[in-house]
Every structure is written in C-alpha cells, then in structure tokens.
Design a protein around this ligand. Sequence first.
Ligand SMILES: [Zn+2]
Length: 206
Amino acid sequence: MSGKFVTIDSRSVFMGGPGQGGGGAAGGNVLTEVGAEKVGKFESQYLGGLRDKEVAAAFDKDGEQIFRTSGSTDMVKFQEYQIAQMQDSILTHNHPVTGGSFSDSDIRLAIRGNVAEIRAVGSDGMGNHYAYSMTRPPDGWGPKEKYVGILGPASDTVKDKLWGEIKAGRMSPSMAEFNHNHETMKIIADAMGWNYSKKKIKVGFW
Ligand SMILES: [Zn+2]
C-alpha cells in the first residue's frame, strides 16, 4: 500500500496521487433491472437511514457488490486499489451531513475512477429522502478540465440565485444549502452531456 488515497465529501477536499486525468473508456454498463433492484434496496434499507457515518459501495451492473468501505460522518477515503476496482461500476454512497447532491470531490472521483454511474443518498432533514444519480454517457465522462472550468461559474450562478431566494424570504438558508449542489449539478450535466437525476425514495424496510 502506497498510502495514497482519495477522499470524497470532506470539507477540506484532498485529491491524492497523480494521474487524475479524465476521459477514459466509453461504455454503457448501466444497471440491469435486477441490479437496479439490488442497489435500490441497499440504498433504501441501509444507506438511507445511516446517520453516524458515510459508507460507499461499488456494484457491477447486476447489483453484485464489488467492495464496500466506510468513513466518518462526512467523508469516505478510497485507496488506489479501490479506485481501480470501481472502473465501469455503479458507485453509491450516503450524505449523512449535507443530505444534498454530489460534491465536487464526488464528481472528480467518478471521472478518475471512470465509473459507469455515481449515486448518492441524502435527506432534506424534514423526512424526505432522495437518490441522486449521474451516469456516464456512451462516449465517456469527457475531460476533467472541462468539468472544472464549468463548476465555478455554475456554482456562483446558483449561489446568487439562492441568495436572492433567501433575501426575499422564499427559502431558508438550510434549504438553500441543501439545494445548492443539486442546482449546480443540473447545469453541469447539461453542459457536459451527462445524465443527471434526483428521485425521491422510501427509506427503511417495507
Ligand atoms: Zn458524496
């Protein structure tokens, strides 16, 4: 073990190691019907109710688990071998603290690990749970540099809009915080040609 790792969702984002170039192999590999059911169960019955730590798991398209790893309340670290293993996988994790959509480090990891799909489960703190998904298009994620160039301006545009909502009394600061990444991801997906979705899910056993 070289000791190199990549962290997602930490407030002090650290992207370790060289070779973070994006792009990579193309290919669909979205979940099969059976796979979607298995990953969906994992998310609703386990990840959705998990508050004390962040957990990430990679699955193949049939929903067979490739690896699972856990971190602290607001971050997960990945070793280099896990980043290699997540190629073409469906990588899901929970957001116990922020509850909202993907962080910058999530997207960087998706590009670097060249996953087929990255997913996150979060809550708005008012009993509503959501599954977020960003899917790699057939021609690949594209260059990381393009994503990085779009992120800042997209985030600023959303911040301005949300501040306007707060000042007008139409949105609470905590709801603006919750919505920020989601609104930013919509702009990014559009500009990058990625497929982004946010779906309300049920959490717990049923
Ligand atoms: Zn995340």
